[in-house]
Structures are given as C-alpha cells and as structure tokens.
Design a protein around this ligand. Sequence first.
Ligand code: MG
Length: 209
Amino acid sequence: MGKKIKKIKIGLDFDGVVAYNPFRVVRAPWAFFKNRFLGYKKLVFFYPRNTWQQVFWRILHDSSIFPSKGVNLLRQLVKEGKFEAHLISGRYSFLDDQLNSWLKKNKLEGIFTTININRKDEQPHLFKKSMIAKRKLDFFIEDNWDIVEFLHNVHGEKTKIYWIYNLLDRHRVHKNKFPYLEMALVDIVEVTMSQSNIHSRRQRGIKEK
Ligand SMILES: [Mg+2]
C-alpha cells in the first residue's frame, strides 16, 4: 500500500553457481576411476592427440566457464527490483579484471549490488562467512558441500544456505538442495512470495480488528 517492499537479499558464489565449469563434471568420474582402478593412474599423464582430446584438454585447463542455467532469471529478478544480488567469490586467483570482463561478456554487469572478491586470500569458508554477515543476506547459494555445511551451522538461523549439488555428493542431506541455479532461484521466489502473502494477510487482519 505505497509502502516500499523490502528487497530480498541474495548472495551467490561465483564458480559453480553463477558460472559453470565443465571441469567440475568430469573431475568426479576421473577421481573415481583413479581410486578404483590402479591402472587408471596413467590417464593423468595422457597427452591429447586428436582434435576432440585437445578441445577437451583446453576446456579442462583453461578453466573455461559458462553462465549457469538460471542467470537469465537472476537478471530478470534483479531488474524487476525483487532481488538484490551480491556476488561473493572465495577465489583469490580469479582476478578482478577477468571477473569483470566475464560479467560484461555475459551481460551480467551491473546486476550485482556488490562484488566481493577474496583479495586477502582468506580461507574461502571464513571469507564467505564474514561477507554473508556484512551484507546481511537472506539467502546464500553455494556449490561446495563443505562450505555449505559450515555456513549452515554458522548462519543457518539468519541466512538460508542453498546448495547446488553435483552428481557425486547429491546423496548428502540438506534442506535446500538444487541441481542448478535456476531451481534455487525459483524456490527462493516461491518461499519469499508465500512469506509476503502471509505477512500481508496478517497486516490486513490487524487492520480489520
Ligand atoms: Mg564454488
């Protein structure tokens, strides 16, 4: 009723949440085979000979990254003014320039209210812990299970920790787990919409008395 609606503050990890790295997918079966079959250790040293191997190799070592399924929805929600998005990257090696050009290239420039990079090379989970508190986030989306578990124990009361799982660790139990960004965002929209409905119904209830 003319009253400004409070924006939902969400935080997003970069690698594995906003950006999708194919390396992450192939790493899992490789690790499995290496542990399972001794002979497979030799594969680590393989030299890429044919074209597809070289393409594959470049993807692995370039750490080429693509926008995750869900960035379009993220962009839309921010533009509609429903969400305020904060990028929180624990990666020190991923430099400012690279990050900015990637965001520009993928038309995600200006979407984030703040971009928080771990410049002091803190432990990623501790860096994220302090940034979540500093930005007073309602939700934080993270793909690393260890970090999810840690943050949930520390911040679970105030900030809902949403987990983007992968094939290997999908068996782990966590209340808010999703296969990719879009699913997590849809859930946040649903959760916050139902909360605001309850809220407005309550407000109406008070007025009617
Ligand atoms: Mg990550």
